[in-house]
Design a binder for this molecule. Structure first.
Ligand code: AMP
Ligand code: ZN
Length: 144
């Protein structure tokens, strides 16, 4: 039997997929899961991950990548609508040298606002108590 990944049992994103640890989930289908980043660059910062453990995007096949990108854009549209942002960054850090900290492939959607002064690599914000779960619900409702 194929061993998908030696780190699978320890992978924090696999634990979120299995609902072993909590996350503010904004969307889920057969192939992908999206949830709010725990340390957001701007409010509404969401991550989109494949349900299959893959360390980097290059470990996904073409079909799997297409299925993931469809969800990335679906979530981006809903985040933009919900947060009222004018624009967004899609960020994908692929490999440790590129800044990838969690070795389960993922895309970031970071909504952008006028004069947000964001340097997404260094500046992060925080949610008030209960704010992230409420925002995740609103983004979920905005998914078309
Ligand atoms: P990267 O540097 O591209 O690997 O980004 C990993 C992202 O995962 C960071 O922005 C973290 O804030 C985020 N992250 C790590 N653990 C969690 C978690 N348990 N729930 C939500 N986001 C997380
Ligand atoms: Zn994983």
């Amino acid at each position: 039997m194929k061993d998908e990944c030696k780190t699978k049992g320890e992978c924090i994103f696999c634990k979120i997929i299995k609902k072993e640890i909590p996350a503010n989930i904004v969307f889920e289908n057969e192939h992908a899961l999206s949830f709010l980043d725990i340390n957001p660059a701007n409010k509404g910062h969401a991550l989109i991950i494949p349900k299959k453990h893959a360390e980097t995007t290059l470990d996904l096949n073409e079909k799997e990548l297409k299925e993931l990108v469809v969800v990335v854009l679906k979530v981006a549209k809903a985040v933009k609508k919900t947060t009222g942002s004018q624009a967004f960054n899609i960020i994908q850090n692929d490999g440790k040298l590129a800044g990838q900290l969690v070795m389960h492939a993922h895309f970031h959607i970071v909504p952008r606002f006028e004069n947000d002064g964001l340097d997404y690599r260094t500046k992060r914000t925080q949610y008030a108590h209960g704010e992230a779960s409420e925002l995740a619900k609103q983004i979920n409702k905005a998914i078309e």
